[in-house]
Design a protein around this ligand. Structure first.
Ligand SMILES: Cc1ncc(COP(=O)(O)O)c(C=O)c1O
Length: 371
């Protein structure tokens, strides 16, 4: 039996008629631009799902981070505190904005940025705290909000992996000054190409992002207030995303159900650490990430492969140790928990298209390895 990490053919097969109708509608109207009917409607629908006043479609989750940072006024001389145990875009966009990323360590149980470590990293140059809501659960936003309020800092959440997650019973939009989403195809809500979004309740921030995403003009004729970017969520992606967005809750529930099967089948295996939920978190399992004592992970991955089960390592090297970021001056040992996680984590297939048999086959293969 084969168990892939993602199965977009199966997802699209189920939605074939609806996706085809959405495609035909856009082809008929030729409403391909980034400010058209489908993009505006998607923005409203996602704002409602996430409990935000404003949602601004952009070209990718990476652009969403960059434009949000720029709109917050982040630039040269500023520091942004974030997690090194993340996808590269988190650190990359801070640098692209001209600021300096300051990496603080993660909580070893949830893999999210540790509020205590972030607080200890604050300096007079800190402008923003950027927690990453990794693997599908929100970071401890109660703590981040408290720290930011006390120190007069802004909070930007990287929610590329956490659409539909909640913390303390409140949705994403209730936390921080802004949050960003990615619609990369394998995300919980994925486009058929690239896409991203910035969520915020702040009308001024929203206006600034509207300007920046459309060449500094906001799309209003050929008059440019600022030097901006070309970063639109195009009409075709928006139309296809609107079809998929109707399934998001059911898909997230299916991921949670798959995670529940793993939790039950794999608990108590010596040498294997299961995902741990943040207190009060509704986890939507973008990834089901286990931890295996250093040295055995690659053997487990090889065993799973021999059983037809794909797995993946997110992320094998934290950002602070990446070659491109050597200029920041970090060295091995600076962020022990991020470094240890990179050596020990392994993500198992958890996507909603998995059959119960595939999940059980995966759990059996993991059990076999540890017994
Ligand atoms: C945590 C995180 N941040 C940012 C991004 C960037 O999103 P995108 O690939 O849409 O640019 C991703 C997605 O890959 C991500 O997982």
């Amino acid at each position: 039996m084969n168990v892939p990490m993602a199965d977009l053919q199966a997802q699209h097969g189920e939605l074939k008629e609806e996706l085809r109708a959405a495609f035909d509608q856009v082809m008929a109207t030729c409403d391909f631009g980034g400010l058209g009917e489908n993009t505006v409607a998607l923005e409203q629908e996602i704002a409602a799902v996430c409990g935000s006043k404003h949602a601004l479609g952009v070209n990718s989750g990476t652009d969403a981070l960059l434009l949000a940072l720029l709109a917050m006024g982040v630039g040269p001389g500023d520091e942004v505190i974030t997690s090194s145990f993340s996808f590269i875009a988190t650190g990359e966009t801070i640098c692209l904005a001209g600021a300096t990323p300051v990496f603080a360590d993660i909580d070893p149980f949830t893999y999210n940025l540790s509020p205590e470590a972030a607080e200890a990293a604050i300096t007079p140059r800190t402008k923003v705290i950027l927690p990453v809501h990794l693997f599908g659960q929100l970071a401890d936003m109660t703590q981040f909000q408290r720290i930011a309020d006390a120190q007069g800092l802004a909070v930007l959440g990287d929610a590329a992996q956490a659409i539909g997650a909640t913390h303390a019973g409140k949705p994403l939009g209730a936390w921080g000054d802004a949050n960003t989403l990615s619609f990369y195809p394998t995300k919980n809500l994925g486009a058929c190409g690239d896409g991203g979004m910035v969520l915020t309740d702040d009308a001024e921030l929203a206006e600034q992002i509207k300007l920046l995403r459309f060449h500094g003009s906001g799309g209003k004729g050929y008059f440019h207030k600022e030097i901006g970017y070309c970063s639109r969520l195009d009409g075709m992606q928006a139309a296809l995303l609107r079809v998929k967005a109707r399934r998001l809750t059911a898909w997230n529930d299916a991921r949670r159900a798959n995670a529940g099967i793993y939790d039950e089948a794999l608990s108590g295996l010596g040498g294997l650490v299961l995902p741990c939920a943040e207190r009060g978190s509704h986890h939507i399992y973008h990834q089901y990430t286990v931890r295996v004592a250093e040295g055995r992970r690659e053997a487990l991955q090889a065993h799973l492969k021999s059983c037809g089960v794909q797995s993946a390592i997110y992320y094998p090297l934290p950002i602070h140790l990446q070659e491109a970021y050597a200029f920041l001056g970090y060295k091995n040992g600076d962020l022990p928990e991020s470094e240890r996680a990179s050596l020990e984590v392994l993500s198992l297939p958890v996507h909603p298209e998995l059959s119960r048999q595939q999940v059980i086959h995966t759990a059996d293969a993991v059990q076999e390895f540890f017994r």
